[in-house]
Design a protein around this ligand. Structure first.
Ligand SMILES: C[S@@+](CC[C@H](N)C(=O)[O-])C[C@H]1O[C@@H](n2cnc3c(N)ncnc32)[C@H](O)[C@@H]1O
Length: 236
């Protein structure tokens, strides 16, 4: 582990993040309106950051998913980023909050994507059971953290062979490395990160964007890194 410490990664200061935003974020007007609306709400910090939304939009364009699943939509920003980037995809959204998802629906309608979105208002644990047997090419998990370990396992079953799963808040505002935090949610996130790291079924990548985002794909989905390439083992 210590060898990693010698390699320097950039620290994203507020000023540098400002630069990053100014020089790369191109937010569609409807996304900007939704973000400005959400900024007036007390729970505004639940929304994904614009640079993360843009990353998710880019990933969606690359993957061209037919079916997208999101757990936890709040006012619908991340769902809108993905929906706009995949004009033919069917999007399934799981949430429990009527008030917040009404706002989401308003902006999804304004963006012309509402008719492709199936909003299921029920606890995600319940809804996931009903989705059993379905397949999704892109899954974003961003709801109640205590159930993250179950969402991870259930969503792995729902993930298509070449699909990508994204899990948000994996750095948990830095608490993952702070020993002073021994609360249940911090432990859940730490344990899940460890479980995923040790799960030989998947390829992973943890990105320091927003509050930390882990990307997951099944490692049999082509170009996997776990099977040794025997060609490079032949002595020459
Ligand atoms: C962090 S917010 C999602 C933010 C959203 N992805 C965005 O881009 O703005 C979490 C959401 O999870 C929802 N939620 C909480 N518990 C849930 C549960 N048991 N099942 C489904 N959704 C739940 C909340 O209502 C809330 O809208």
């Amino acid at each position: 582990m210590t060898i990693y410490k010698d390699q320097k990664a950039i620290q994203l200061t507020p000023e540098l993040r400002e630069y990053l935003l100014e020089s790369s974020v191109r937010e569609a007007p409807v996304l900007q309106k939704l973000r400005e609306h959400t900024a007036t709400m007390p729970e505004k910090d639940m929304q994904v950051l614009p640079e993360q939304g843009q990353f998710m939009g880019m990933l969606t364009k690359i993957l061209q998913p037919k079916n997208i699943l999101e757990i936890g939509t709040y006012t619908g920003y991340s769902a809108l980023c993905m929906s706009l980037a995949a004009p033919n995809a069917k999007v399934t959204i799981l949430d429990v909050n009527v008030e917040w998802t009404k706002i989401a629906e308003k902006y999804w309608s304004e963006a012309g994507v509402r008719d492709r979105i199936d909003l299921i208002l029920a606890p995600a644990l319940e809804s996931l059971k009903n989705l059993s047997g379905k397949s999704f090419d892109l899954i974003f998990i961003d709801a109640d953290k205590k159930n993250y370990p179950i969402y991870y396992q259930e969503c792995l079953n729902l993930l298509s062979e070449t699909g990508v799963m994204l899990i948000d808040n994996v750095l948990w505002n830095g608490r993952v490395i702070d020993p002073n935090y021994t609360d249940t949610l911090t432990k859940v996130i730490r344990n899940l990160n460890e479980t995923i790291k040790n799960d030989s079924r998947v390829d992973i990548c943890m990105l320091p964007i927003g509050d930390g985002l882990t990307m997951i794909r099944k490692n049999g989905s082509g170009g996997g890194t776990r099977t040794p390439d025997t060609r490079i083992m032949i002595p020459i």
